[in-house]
Write a protein that binds this ligand. Structure first.
Ligand code: ATP
Ligand code: MG
Length: 435
């Protein structure tokens, strides 16, 4: 038997329902924030990720799926969403639109060659947003508010927001030198990766999973002492706007995030599920004012975030939150014999095009097991199609809630269903209305 690749999973049944529900809630929220949907290719030229995510990042150094296509081009399965969206922004000259800033959202698979474990897959899904073309700290706060409000709508409580500022290029360079001076005498105490980071991107030493919690790390120089006036002002404004949004946050001076392209604000949103550990980090993002230029576009300040959907779904499961409504069917159709099937599917098609959900028995079940099946599917009505129904165009319909049976002509069927669908007196429906 052929098995799925390591670190991947199949979406079906309950998982499919949950995934679609989260996407629907997010997409509706994005409409309310006035963001536009964007989808970019699942693979891009490898260069794109080298130049954006950065050669010193864990992602590009160890985690990408690279392959040569049949035309000998180096390709990479996208490990994150921002690079592709920015490439698309530049290539499609979105910066020339009247409607700026560009506020975009996406939802889809990302690929990273990681050691599979709880909350860490090789194909995983992210939802995310990118706002291109606004330097305003108000936008940083808006971006942070989106995952916070998504969690609120999904009923996930106790989430924590952590923020920090990496400042502009000048501040970052000054901090970089200070970190190098600080770590230089201690290189022997740092892991192999950190020794490399010392040369390529010393800020990333603070993000190390191995050395992360040592005294050396805790006593390292703090970014805030190296922010220039403008960067300080930007950060103060972000905090002010978060207060205006009633969003509680904590400033964490060691938060640098894994990607090389961040400037000014960086943030993470964490769930508080016990025993979840680092899996609690559901979402990360920040401002990346220099990335568009790095990829040969015009100067375009930008800010965004990405959220791990598997971790979100697991957090929702732990909190035992009901995701979405139980699936219900409007009409279950039972053809009594093969001769009745053509009529049954013709009628079903007309009903579906009129907005009703319909399923037709295709296993020639007995009447008893068909009624059981209709119950399992929580079908509101059951429709039986036999010779006399066909010949007289008179349909037999049973209301599965009230158990009442009706005879309805084919011309009146839509009106009948419209009328009866929402008006049920049975105990179940009363209970549900009362909830
Ligand atoms: P981590 O520190 O957990 O490796 P990261 O910094 O690599 O995370 P980002 O690149 O910022 O994460 O991605 C944003 C979110 O995507 C993470 O907060 C997480 O929820 C999710 N995520 C990242 N990698 C994986 C993975 N391999 N499997 C499942 N979800 C992931
Ligand atoms: Mg990672």
């Amino acid at each position: 038997m052929i098995q799925k690749p390591k670190g991947t999973y199949d979406v079906y049944g309950e998982m499919g329902r949950k995934l679609r529900y989260v996407e629907q809630v997010f997409s509706a929220l994005m409409d309310r924030y006035d963001y536009e949907y964007v989808a970019t290719p699942l693979f891009e030229q490898s260069n794109l990720f080298h130049r954006s995510v950065g050669d010193s990042s864990d992602i590009v150094r160890k985690e990408t799926y690279d392959f040569k296509d049949r035309g000998d081009r180096m390709m990479t399965l996208r490990p994150e969403g921002t690079a592709g969206v920015v490439r698309s922004y530049i290539e499609n000259k979105m910066y020339g639109d009247i409607d700026l800033p560009k506020k975009l959202w996406y939802f889809g698979s990302m690929f990273r060659y990681e050691r599979p474990q709880a909350g860490r897959y090789r194909e995983f899904r992210q939802l995310g947003v990118e706002v291109l073309g606004s330097p305003d700290p108000m936008m940083d706060a808006e971006i942070i508010s989106i995952p916070v409000n998504l969690f609120r709508l999904l009923g996930l409580e106790g989430v924590k927001v952590r923020i920090n500022s990496l400042g502009d290029q000048e501040s970052r360079n000054a901090y970089r030198e200070a970190l190098k001076d600080y770590f230089r005498p201690h290189l022997g105490e740092l892991c192999h990766d950190c020794n490399e980071r010392f040369e390529t991107n010393p800020l990333r030493i603070l993000d190390c999973k191995v050395d992360g919690n040592t005294e050396l790390m805790k006593n390292a120089p703090k970014m805030e002492d190296y922010l220039n006036e403008e960067s300080k002002k930007h950060f103060e404004k972000v905090k002010e706007y978060l207060d205006a949004l009633n969003i509680v946050y904590e400033v964490n001076p060691n938060l640098v995030r894994g990607l090389d392209y961040y400037t000014h604000t960086v943030f993470e949103v964490e769930a508080s599920v016990e025993g979840f550990g680092s899996q609690n980090v559901l979402c990360g993002g920040g401002r990346y004012d220099l990335l568009v230029e790095t990829l040969d576009g015009p100067h375009t300040p930008a800010v965004g975030f990405a959220l791990g959907i598997e971790r979100l779904l697991t957090a929702l499961d732990y909190e035992e939150l009901q995701v979405g409504e139980e699936k219900e069917l409007d009409i279950y159709v039972i053809p009594l014999s093969d001769e009745d099937k053509g009529y049954a599917i013709g009628l079903s098609q007309a009903l579906r095009l009129s907005g009703f959900s319909v399923d037709v028995d295709s296993l020639n079940r007995s009447m008893k097991s068909n009624f059981k099946q209709a119950d399992r599917k929580h079908s509101r009505f059951v429709m039986i199609i036999g010779e006399s129904e066909r010949e007289n165009n008179l349909l037999t319909i049973k209301d599965n809630h009230t158990k009442q049976e009706y005879k309805v002509t084919i011309d009146e069927i839509i009106d009948f269903l419209d009328e009866h669908m929402d008006s049920c007196d049975c105990d179940d429906c009363h209970d549900r209305e009362g909830e």
